[in-house]
Design a protein around this ligand. Sequence first.
Ligand code: F3S
Length: 293
Amino acid sequence: MDIRVAQHAGFCFGVKRATQTVFDLLASGEEKVFTLGPLIHNASAVKTLEEKGVGVLQSLDEWTEGRVVIRSHGVGPEVYQKAEAMGIPLIDATCPDVKRIHRTVAEKYAEGYPIIILGKPDHPEVIGTNGWCGNTAVIISDASQLDGLALPDKACVVAQTTLMRQKWDAIIEPLKERISNLYIVDTICPTTTQRQCEAQALAENMDAMLVIGGKNSANTASLFQVCQKHCSQVYLIEGVSDIPWTALKNLQKIGIVAGASTPDWIIKEVYSKMSEQEKMGQLNEEEVKVQNA
Ligand code: F3S
């Protein structure tokens, strides 16, 4: 069997940085550390952090003590204002690329541009970005929403960093036709596009694909959709316990990709377990060939 792991699987730069921020706080002897919302969209990673003493606040109203870390998704200005008013010590681990989107949105909004965000309205990053234009953005998650949608004749458009490139293309073209003064800032993270390209290349050549990531992770969902377009058997798994052993039996080539919030240790665990099962002859009899795609 040929098991291939995508070269860029697992934590992206922003998630790595936010996670490191939390570990540094713990290492410095900080006893009470909280994150505003789960640090990353991965249930088992959040559980591991909890075991290390990192609590999760759903809102600043729940705070009683300790430092509060803003995760990589970022937040709107009202959160900083509220924290200041309540005397809450914030540690800001917003991804620098997301911060850049906040600055763009705030500047263009101040210049009189209505803001359009391409992304999911309930995603924390989009909610945070919308805060920088006073929660006035028109949020579009799918080209089908454009039918009958009233649009201004001038606007600034940005995207959720993990938006699928095809979605951006499908929405941006009609927007260009309908909005005469459209200031376009393509804010899809290069990491997202790179991972989606790798997923496609791998999926095109594999019998089955395993997409490792949280069920509530937007970028994992995008990888899953990309894989589904190019491979007939695609499985979304959160970890080893979800590996679909029966479905994989007798397949020759299995690809593994992982969302930007999937810890390396989960990817390694899945990979090792599959190699182990293979060696024990439980998947099929052929020699295991493992290589990075
Ligand atoms: Fe930042 Fe890109 Fe990750 S914007 S949080 S490095 S997906």
